[in-house]
Design a protein around this ligand. Structure first.
Ligand code: LP5
Ligand code: MN
Length: 255
């Protein structure tokens, strides 16, 4: 598994879900990026940065205004600190072209960060939702390089309509899934801890921010779940994890 050494103050955020209909979220997130530039040494965005991503060419060729604004902000951020862009279940098509365009790096997945607080495992989190068989089947298909190459050859219009169909189907399917199925699976989490040989796992995806303590093989372990961001619909949600020599501290947004 890839290990990234990171010195100093590391910030991690996930599931910002930027899109055309999230102006307030984008504004709050851009403020957060300014704060990161002033206070952090590295910023890692670990997936679902965008609500949907149909290929880097969409961003590079003629991005809409909302996307241009965020890309400018990413470029500014990457000029001030080390910026890593991770892929989630909505934006797994983020590639090196986008990262190069803004001066960032693509985050390998899963990845071990070697920080001042020790080694930790970082992932988007969807890979641990193994009780969701329908999702894992979908994931295997769309993560296949062959399928991705074929999809990226399609015109942008067709790609966007396929992505919309997938979103609709996903929302329909999620209405009937029990909450437990949509959360991470305990055994999958234990396996991940053992395989990576770490005591701390950080992930997003489930939108259930929390710090979970668990015992594995008689030793204490911690799983930190990052919040998703939404400043456009209902009560404000957002936040990030700060990792430094003091440990890992979850900061959650409040009104
Ligand atoms: O995203 P969210 O939170 O709603 O639900 C996720 C899981 N769903 C997904 C699907 C995404 O929302 C759609 C992503 C679009 C990506 C753009 C690229 C498009 C294709 C690229 C091909 C290379 O991730 C959801 C989980 C939930 O998290 C909790 O973990 O339950 O899983 C599902 O909903 C899976 C369903 O059970 C089955 C999905 C069927 C999709 C069928 C696609 C049909 C395409 C139509 C083509 C004409
Ligand atoms: Mn997700």
């Amino acid at each position: 598994m890839t290990e990234i050494p990171l010195k100093g103050r590391v910030w991690v955020a996930s599931d910002i879900h930027l899109g055309p209909d999230t102006p307030a979220t984008a504004q709050a997130f851009h403020r957060f990026l300014d704060q990161a530039c002033a206070q952090a040494d590295a910023l890692i965005l670990c997936g679902d940065i965008f609500d949907v991503w149909v290929g880097d060419d969409y961003a590079l060729d003629s991005p809409p205004d909302w996307l241009s604004a965020s890309l400018d902000k990413f470029r500014q951020t990457a000029g001030a600190l080390a910026l890593w862009l991770g892929r989630g279940n909505r934006d797994f098509l983020i590639g090196k072209a986008l990262a190069d365009h803004v001066g960032a790096h693509v985050l390998p997945e899963p990845v071990i960060l070697r920080t001042d607080a020790g080694r930790l495992l970082l992932a988007h989190g969807d890979e641990y939702c193994t009780a969701d068989r329908a999702y894992q089947r979908f994931r295997r298909i769309v993560r296949s390089p062959l399928v991705q190459t074929a999809f990226l050859k399609l015109g942008l219009g067709l790609r966007r309509s396929i992505a919309n169909r997938a979103r609709q189907r996903s929302m329909q399917a999620n209405r009937h899934k029990p909450a437990k199925v949509m959360d991470v699976d305990t055994d999958a989490v234990r396996d991940a801890f053992r395989q990576a040989d770490v005591r701390l796992l950080v992930h997003g995806h489930t939108h259930r921010p929390a710090v979970h303590r668990l015992d594995i093989d008689g030793k204490p372990h911690t799983r930190i779940v990052l919040p998703d961001w939404d400043y456009d619909h209902g009560p404000v949600r957002g936040g990030w994890l700060q990792i430094d020599e003091q440990g890992a501290a979850l900061h959650q947004a409040s009104k």
